[in-house]
Design a protein around this ligand. Structure first.
Ligand code: BGC
Length: 392
C-alpha cells in the first residue's frame, strides 16, 4: 500500500484560521463547555451558531472509555474552537443505537458536516444515510463505514502500515532460533481497521511462520493458512474470530490468560506477541509478565496512549505506533472547511467500502520505542515530559 508524507499541521491550521476569518465566524474562543446528557455522553459544545443554536460541524466518536478517542476529542475541540466553528462532540459509548441517536441529534442541530468514527462500520451506514438525506456531508474518520454510498470522504491513518510496523518490530526484535512462539491478537471484527491492521502484520509475519522461524501459538485458523501470503477478507475474518480482543481490555486479558493456560511449555519461554493497540497491549503484557514460564516477551501496540508510553519507558511494552491525532483532526477540519466554503477537498487515495470508492486523505505513522519517545512524543509537543516518570 502506498505511503504518504505527513502534512504540516501549521499549514492546515493556517488555512482553517483564514477561512474562519474570511467567513466572519465568531471565534469559539476556546469557549468549550462540557455537559452530560441523559444518555451519559459527555457533550462538548462550543458556542451556538447564532440564536438558532445551530451547530456547523458534528463529531461522533466511538467511546470515551479508551484514551485514544479522548486524544481526538481534545484535538477537535482545540482546532474547531480556535477557528471559530460551532461544533459538538458526542460519544457512542460502544453502541450503534446511541451512535444513530447522536447523529440524529446533530442533524436536528443543523450540522452541515458530520465527522464520524463508527462504532460498527456496517451498522453505521443507516445513520450516515439519514445524514446524507438531510443534506449533510459525511466524513468517515479513522474507521471506514462500509456498504453504503452515503460516505463522501474518508480521513485515515495508513492502517496497513500500522500492522506492517507491528509485525516488522516483532521480526526485528525476535530472539535467535526457530519455532519461536508467536501469539496473535486482533481488534474488533466490526471495525474495518482490525482487518487492515491484521493484513499489514500478516504481510510481514507470514513468511516467518511459513519458514518455521515463528510458530503460531494461539490460532488454528492462522496456522492452517500459514502458507498463504494473501488472505481473503473471509480468511482474515476467521482468524480475527479466534483472536479478537473486541478492542476490550478485559476480553484481551481473559483471552491471553486462556491462551497461556492452553499451551504447553514449548510455547512459553521467549515469546512474541502481536497486540493490536495500546489498551489491549497493556492487558496482554500484564498477563504474559505474570506467567512464570514466560521468560521474555516482545509486545506491540498502537495509539501512543499515555499509559502505554509509561509502560514503554518502564520496559513493560515494547513499542507503540504513534498516530498523530493532531494531523488527523486537522485534516478532517480542513476538509470540513473546504466543504463549508463550497470547495472540493483534496484527497490522495481511495478506499473501497464494498459499495463505492471513497475519496480519502491518508496520513503516515511513526514507530515509537524507548529510543525515540523523547523525540517523537515530547519534543513534538504531543505530551509534556512531566506527564511521565523515568524519562531519559
Ligand atoms: C483505531 C485504533 C484504536 C482502535 C480501538 C481503531 O479503529 O484505528 O487507533 O486503538 O480502533 O478503539
Amino acid at each position: 500500500m502506498k505511503k504518504f508524507g505527513k502534512r504540516l499541521i501549521g499549514m492546515t491550521l493556517a488555512s482553517v484560521m483564514t477561512f474562519g476569518l474570511a467567513t466572519g465566524c465568531t471565534s469559539g474562543g476556546n469557549g468549550n463547555s462540557g455537559s452530560n446528557d441523559a444518555g451519559g455522553n459527555t457533550q462538548t459544545a462550543t458556542e451556538d451558531k447564532g440564536a438558532s443554536g445551530d451547530i456547523q460541524v458534528g463529531i461522533v466518536l466511538p467511546t470515551k472509555d479508551e484514551p485514544r478517542w479522548l486524544q481526538d476529542q481534545k484535538q477537535f475541540e482545540t482546532i474547531l474552537g480556535d477557528a471559530g466553528f460551532t461544533n459538538q462532540v458526542l460519544f457512542s459509548q460502544g453502541s450503534s443505537a446511541t451512535e444513530k441517536t447522536n447523529v440524529e441529534t446533530l442533524i436536528s442541530k443543523g450540522i452541515d458536516v458530520l465527522i464520524i468514527c463508527a462504532q460498527d462500520g456496517a451498522a453505521a451506514s443507516a445513520a450516515v444515510e439519514e445524514a446524507k438525506e438531510a443534506g449533510v456531508t459525511v466524513i468517515a474518520y479513522d474507521r471506514l463505514i462500509t456498504g453504503t454510498d452515503a460516505v463522501d470522504y474518508y480521513v485515515t491513518f495508513d492502517s496497513f502500515a500500522v500492522g506492517e510496523a507491528q509485525g516488522q518490530y516483532l521480526i526485528d526484535n525476535a530472539p535467535a532460533g526457530s519455532g519461536i512462539p508467536l501469539y496473535l491478537y486482533a481488534g474488533a471484527s466490526t471495525d474495518n481497521n482490525a482487518f487492515i491492521f491484521f493484513e499489514g502484520a500478516w504481510s510481514v509475519l507470514q513468511p516467518k511462520v511459513a519458514d518455521g522461524t515463528f510458530t503460531i501459538a494461539n490460532s488454528s485458523e492462522a496456522e492452517a493458512l500459514k502458507d498463504s501470503a494473501d488472505l481473503s477478507r473471509e480468511q482474515v475474518g476467521k482468524i480475527i474470530g479466534q483472536v479478537t480482543t473486541d478492542w476490550d481490555f478485559n476480553v484481551a486479558k481473559s483471552k491471553a490468560e486462556a491462551n497461556l493456560t492452553a499451551v504447553g511449555a514449548d510455547m512459553k519461554g521467549d515469546v512474541l506477541v502481536l497486540a493490536p493497540n495500546d489498551g489491549t497491549a497493556r492487558s496482554i503484557a500484564d498477563v504474559f509478565a505474570s506467567d512464570k514460564d514466560v521468560t521474555s516477551y516482545v509486545v506491540t501496540g498502537q495509539d501512543s496512549e499515555k499509559a502505554s508510553v509509561q509502560y514503554i519507558i518502564d520496559g513493560k511494552q515494547s513499542m507503540t505506533v504513534f498516530k498523530d491525532t493532531r494531523t488527523l483532526a486537522a485534516d478532517s477540519v480542513a476538509m470540513a472547511v473546504d466543504i463549508l466554503g463550497g470547495k472540493t477537498p483534496a484527497t490522495d487515495t481511495t478506499y473501497n467500502n464494498e459499495k463505492i470508492d471513497v475519496p480519502a486523505k491518508q496520513t503516515s505513522i511513526v514507530v515509537v520505542t524507548q529510543d525515540n519517545v523523547m523525540q517523537a512524543l515530547i519534543e513534538s509537543g504531543y505530551y509534556d515530559a512531566s506527564e511521565f516518570t523515568g524519562l531519559q
